[in-house]
Design a binder for this molecule. Structure first.
Ligand SMILES: Nc1nc2c(ncn2[C@@H]2O[C@H](COP(=O)(O)OP(=O)(O)OP(=O)(O)O)[C@@H](O)[C@H]2O)c(=O)[nH]1
Ligand SMILES: [Mg+2]
Length: 287
């Protein structure tokens, strides 16, 4: 896969984040719960290396609960604060931010002894992550208004934007950052399957075939797949993933003249349904 996924606005965004990082008190890194490793951008770690950080596995409603629990334990074992949420209910993020803010203030008061003023400065929170992980959605929920643009396509937020939650907390929404170059095809595939890479730059048919192969390797996900598309195990015994995609297209009536299957349409259906959880709760990465 040769994907050109690093548009100009991401270069600008990276520089923008570097320019404000000094102001930031805490970084909330949003990952996709279905692919916590592949959605973790080392550039963010690098820019924010001296800052306290919370790892948030978002879209937990789309991920396999068992795997998400294991990922939380994994990040905790690396001494990181980690929680999972879905963006309809990101209250846990706000609670942790409030707690960290309070703790920081207490430590400061101890250090600067005899503080007799009410020390309660604005706490600035950077919300960072790759495109489409749900940064803007989470910000809107926490701020209780639709200040940040949201869409089901990656690359929607184009500029950084401060959003005030209350008189003591500011959140910084940022454009999703990918890597300038990704050598790891496996991570690229997972990012494509979860909708974090613009569709326009992808070969959907290949991605769909590879996605089907990935699901069929896991017994639980295989039976979800077969059930969803009303396919019997015997029907696919001798088929490769391209033939299975064709069968799926046939079942869904994606036909063109001569009774052939519109493979592009079949790919689109499968990828959309996988991405939006319609096949079931599926994690594409194990600890
Ligand atoms: N199922 C599910 N969908 C979510 C969740 N959080 C966000 N989404 C959806 O994911 C899509 C992307 O959300 P955004 O908030 O625009 O993502 P973003 O990280 O700001 O994306 P960029 O601005 O492009 O970097 C939208 O369609 C949201 O409705 C979640 O927890 N669960
Ligand atoms: Mg956004």
């Amino acid at each position: 896969m040769n994907i050109n996924w690093y548009p100009g606005h991401m270069i600008k965004a990276q520089n923008d984040i570097k320019s404000v990082i000094k102001l930031i008190d805490i970084v909330v890194e949003i990952l996709d719960a279905r692919i916590p490793l592949s959605s973790k951008n080392p550039i963010i770690d690098d820019i924010a290396k001296d800052k306290p950080k919370i790892i948030v596995l978002n879209k937990e409603d789309l991920a396999d609960e068992v795997e998400t629990k294991k990922w939380i334990e994994y990040f905790k074992s690396q001494n990181m604060t980690c929680i999972s949420v879905n963006s309809s209910n990101p209250q846990d993020i706000k609670n942790i931010v409030d707690k960290k803010k309070k703790k920081g203030e207490e430590l400061y008061k101890q250090k600067v002894k005899n503080v007799d003023f009410d020390y309660n400065p604005i706490y600035r929170v950077l919300i960072a992550g790759i495109p489409n992980v749900g940064k803007s959605t989470i910000i809107n929920k926490i701020a209780k208004r639709n200040s940040a643009d949201v869409s089901n396509k990656p690359g929607v937020t184009r500029k950084k934007q401060w959003i005030r939650v209350n008189k003591n907390i500011d959140l910084l929404d940022t454009p999703g950052l990918l890597w300038p170059k990704l050598d790891d095809n496996d991570a690229g595939l997972k990012l494509a399957l979860t909708g974090n890479i613009k569709k326009e730059v992808l070969d959907l048919e290949s991605i769909a075939c590879l996605g089907i192969e990935m699901l069929l390797k896991n017994d639980k996900y295989k039976s979800m797949f077969l059930q969803k598309y009303k396919i019997n195990q015997e029907d696919i015994d001798s088929l490769d993933s391209y033939d299975i995609l064709e069968l799926l297209g046939r079942k869904r009536g994606c036909l063109i003249s001569g009774g052939n299957v519109d493979m592009q349409k079949a790919s689109n259906i499968f990828l959309e349904e996988l991405k939006s959880g319609k096949i079931g709760r599926i994690s594409l990465e194990n600890v």
